[in-house]
Design a protein around this ligand. Sequence first.
Ligand SMILES: C[S@@+](CC[C@H](N)C(=O)[O-])C[C@H]1O[C@@H](n2cnc3c(N)ncnc32)[C@H](O)[C@@H]1O
Length: 204
Amino acid sequence: MKEIWDNRHRKSIGRYNRITEFANFCFLNYLKGKQGKLLDLACGKGADSVFLHENGFTVTAIDYSSEAINQFNYIQRKKGVFITSLVRDIQEKLPFETDSFDYVFSRIGLGYFDDKTTKKIFSEIKRVLKSEGLLMFQVKSVNDRVYGSGKELEKDVYELSGYIRHFFSEDYARKLLKDFNIIYLEEKKLDNGNAYLDVIAEKK
Ligand SMILES: C[S@@+](CC[C@H](N)C(=O)[O-])C[C@H]1O[C@@H](n2cnc3c(N)ncnc32)[C@H](O)[C@@H]1O
């Protein structure tokens, strides 16, 4: 999967460099006027990280695609900003102290893993988040147009050409977030058939 992502990022050089709707939604509703340490998991080329940095957050960004992080660093140099950006696989233990972030953000970064790995990632997110810290994430939902394409590996997890997708149901998200207070959990269906689950939750 890492090679697939490196290739995708290489082919889309110069694109996906604008703040996403989800980051804007999080900012306007939950982050405006706030400050603190924010971790962006699976940041891609870092457009949302740059936006959040420019709005006063101390951002650390992680992606396992070195191609994505190289492009992110190039954009940073051009803009004259410095954001800690690391090439890391989020399936591994996160390289941070316990209780070290006020916010964890991930746009379409947490839906590539089987159930066991997903649970491990959420337990790591909980570990690095401070108490009452906010987790904000967007994933593809079970009502997405490509749900069911490819080989079913386990419930709601499909593999197509070496690419694994885990589609979240509301029920699954709620179960993952048993140690969080869910503040917002909504499915968003677009006209093109894409369907997302947007979630904001506070660590208990
Ligand atoms: C759809 S892109 C989203 C990028 C960015 N968050 C955005 O919204 O533009 C998914 C990203 O997840 C990254 N990714 C996938 N699996 C990962 C893993 N195990 N560890 C770290 N990053 C991963 C990919 O390299 C890719 O950049």
